[in-house]
Ligand binder design. Structure first.
Ligand code: GLU
Length: 510
C-alpha cells in the first residue's frame, strides 16, 4: 500500500469514474459538471478515472468516446488516463497490483473470507430465499472453512475463489451526504470484493483508488447510495479517512422513469453531438437540472449562464435531491439562444461537420465556398434551433442550377398564376444591372434591396398579386423548398445568372 501525502484540506480533489460499457451516458457529463464546478470554485483538482473492472461489460471504443464527449463539452480533467498525473495509472485494469495488498490485509484481519460457492449453488440459494420470503444474501457457507473443508460440501467450484466482505451485524447504515444530510441505506450483503478472475469489484476498487488518489469528495449518482455503507466499512477496516459524499439525483423522464440508454436516445452523450446541439447549451442545460438559475442582485433569475458563473456561485445546498425531469424542449430553447449568440465565423465553422456529413460540402471547401457559406449562414443563424437543420437550408446554394430538385410539397403549393409570376420576375430581374459584382455580390447592383424593389413593382403592383402569394413560386424556384432563407438575400447570394436560370428552370417545368 503506497502512502501518498494527504492533500491539504483547502485543495479538494474530485473525480468522475465512468465505466467503459458503451456509448457514454449523459449522467457522466452531469456528474463531471458538478464535480468540476466545485473543484474549480475551490481551486482543487478534477480527475478522470476509468473503472473497467467489469470485463464482461467492457466495450473497446467506449473509453475514447468518454474522452471525446467530455472534451467536446469542455469538461476537462487535470489528471487522467490520457494525460497522466501524479497518481497514474488512472485506469483500474492497469492497477490490479494496487488492490491485492488491501485484499490480503482484509483476509488477515478476518474482515473478508474466501468463497468457493459455484454459480449454480448461489442461484439455487437465491431462488430458495425468494420462495420462502427470506432476505436474500449470501448464507456464509464458506465462511471459516478451509478449501478442503469446503470441498467436501456440495456446490463447490474448483476455480479460484472469490473474496467476500464479512458484513458485521452492527455495520453502520447511515452516512452524511452534502446534498441530503443524514442518509440511511439498507443492510448490505456479504459483498464480493475480489472476483475469481483476479479483478477487484467496483466496491473495493473505488475505495482503494479514491484513497490512493487523495479524493476528498465523492460526487456520484444516487444509485450508489445503497453501496455507500460497504464503502464506509472498507474505509473503517483499512483505517482510512473516508471522503465526503454527495449523491446527485437521477435524471428522469416526464413520467418519472429513469433515463436509460435502452429507452432514450438522449441518454447517449454522442446523440447530442449528432443532433446538432452546442456543447455550451448542453452544459448550461445540465447545470439547470436539480439546480437553480443564477440569481441576479435585483432578485430576478437568469437561466442562461456560463460555466464560470455556475462554478463561482456553486453550493451543494442548492442541489435539489428530487430527480429532475430531463426536458428536451428546454434544451432546444437554450440551443437556439446559444446559436444566436455565436459570432458569425464561429457559427459558420460549426456548421461544417454537418454539411460534410450531409454531403452539402466536401470536408475541404474552397475559399469561394466558404465565403458563400458565411453569407448563407448569416441568413439562417436566427432561424435554426439545431445545427442539423442547416443542411436543408444551405444545400440549394451549393447545387448546380440545373441540378436543383424541386420538393414535391413545394411544387404542390404552386397556384395557377405561378407561370405569370415567374415570367414577370424574369423580366424585372433581367433588367437589373449586376455590373461590379463583388465576391458575394455585395457591391453588385443585383442586391437584396434592388431585387425586392423590382419584384414588388413588377409582381405586387404590376400584377396586383398580394406579397403573400407573389413570392411563393420564386422561393420554390430558387431553393426548391417551401421554406428557405429570406428570398431577396438568397437571390443576391446566388447572383443574377443563377437566379434567372432557376426561375426559368421552374417556369419551363410547369
Ligand atoms: N464506475 C461507477 C459508474 O460507472 C462510478 C461510481 C462512483 O462514482 O463511485 O457509475
Amino acid at each position: 500500500m503506497t502512502e501518498h501525502p494527504t492533500p491539504a484540506a483547502s485543495s479538494p480533489r474530485l473525480r468522475v469514474a465512468p465505466s467503459p460499457t458503451g456509448d457514454p451516458h449523459v449522467g457522466t457529463a452531469y456528474m463531471s459538471l458538478f464535480n468540476l464546478a466545485f473543484a474549480r470554485q475551490q481551486g482543487g483538482r478534477f480527475l478522470l478515472r476509468i473503472e473497467d473492472t467489469d470485463r464482461a461489460r467492457f466495450r473497446e471504443d467506449s473509453e475514447q468516446q468518454v474522452f471525446d464527449t467530455l472534451h467536446w463539452l469542455g469538461l476537462t480533467w487535470d489528471e487522467g488516463p490520457d494525460i497522466g498525473g501524479p497518481y497514474a495509472p488512472y485506469k483500474q485494469s492497469e492497477r490490479l497490483d494496487t488492490y491485492r495488498p488491501y485484499v490480503e490485509r482484509l483476509l488477515e484481519d478476518g474482515k473478508a473470507y474466501y468463497c468457493w460457492c459455484s454459480g449454480e449453488r448461489l442461484a439455487q440459494m437465491r431462488e430458495m430465499q425468494q420462495k420462502t420470503k427470506q432476505p436474500t444474501g449470501y448464507d456464509r457457507l464458506c465462511h471459516g472453512k478451509t478449501r478442503e473443508e469446503r470441498a467436501a460440501l456440495p456446490g463447490f467450484t474448483d476455480k479460484d475463489p472469490v473474496v467476500r466482505m464479512l458484513i458485521p451485524d452492527d455495520a453502520p447504515l447511515t452516512f452524511d451526504d452534502l446534498i441530503r444530510g443524514t442518509v440511511a441505506a439498507p443492510r448490505p450483503d456479504d459483498q464480493v470484493i475480489l472476483k475469481a478472475d483476479g479483478f477487484p469489484t467496483y466496491h473495493l476498487a473505488v475505495v482503494v483508488d479514491d484513497h490512493e488518489m487523495g479524493i476528498t469528495h465523492v460526487v456520484r449518482g444516487e444509485e450508489w447510495i445503497s453501496s455507500t455503507p460497504k464503502h464506509v466499512l472498507l474505509y473503517q477496516w483499512l483505517g482510512l479517512e473516508p471522503p465526503k459524499f454527495a449523491h446527485m439525483p437521477l435524471l428522469r423522464n416526464a413520467d418519472k422513469s429513469k433515463i436509460s440508454k435502452r429507452k432514450n436516445p438522449a441518454a447517449r452523450l454522442t446523440w447530442f453531438k449528432e443532433e446538432g446541439y452546442l456543447p455550451e447549451a448542453l452544459v448550461n442545460f445540465l447545470a439547470l437540472l436539480a439546480y437553480p438559475p443564477v440569481l441576479e442582485v435585483d432578485g430576478t433569475e437568469r437561466e442562461v449562464f456560463t460555466f464560470r458563473e455556475f462554478s463561482d456561485g456553486f453550493d451543494w445546498k442548492k442541489v435539489n435531491p428530487v430527480g429532475p425531469i430531463f426536458d428536451l424542449k428546454k434544451l432546444d430553447w437554450l440551443n437556439g439562444v446559444y446559436i444566436r449568440e455565436l459570432d458569425l465565423g464561429d457559427f459558420t465553422s460549426r456548421l461544417l461537420p454537418f454539411l460534410e456529413r450531409d454531403e452539402v460540402l466536401s470536408g475541404n471547401p474552397s475559399l469561394g465556398e466558404l465565403g458563400r457559406l458565411k453569407a448563407v449562414a448569416e441568413l439562417i443563424q436566427t432561424r435554426i434551433a439545431h445545427l442539423t437543420e442547416a443542411s436543408a437550408l444551405v444545400r440549394p446554394f451549393f447545387v448546380a442550377d440545373d441540378a436543383l430538385e424541386i420538393a414535391e410539397d413545394a411544387r404542390g403549393q404552386l397556384k395557377e398564376d405561378a407561370g405569370q409570376v415567374l415570367d414577370a420576375a424574369i423580366a424585372a430581374l433581367g433588367d437589373i444591372d449586376d455590373a461590379g459584382t463583388g465576391p458575394l455580390g455585395s457591391d453588385s447592383g443585383f442586391n437584396a434591396a434592388a431585387i425586392e424593389a423590382s419584384l414588388r413593382e413588377s409582381i405586387v403592383e404590376g400584377l396586383g398579386i398580394k406579397p403573400k402569394f407573389a413570392f411563393g413560386p420564386l422561393r420554390t424556384a430558387v431553393s426548391g423548398q417551401r421554406i428557405s432563407p429570406p428570398l431577396f438575400e438568397s437571390m443576391e447570394i446566388l447572383g443574377k445568372t443563377s437566379t434567372l436560370a432557376r426561375l426559368q428552370g421552374l417556369r419551363d417545368s410547369l
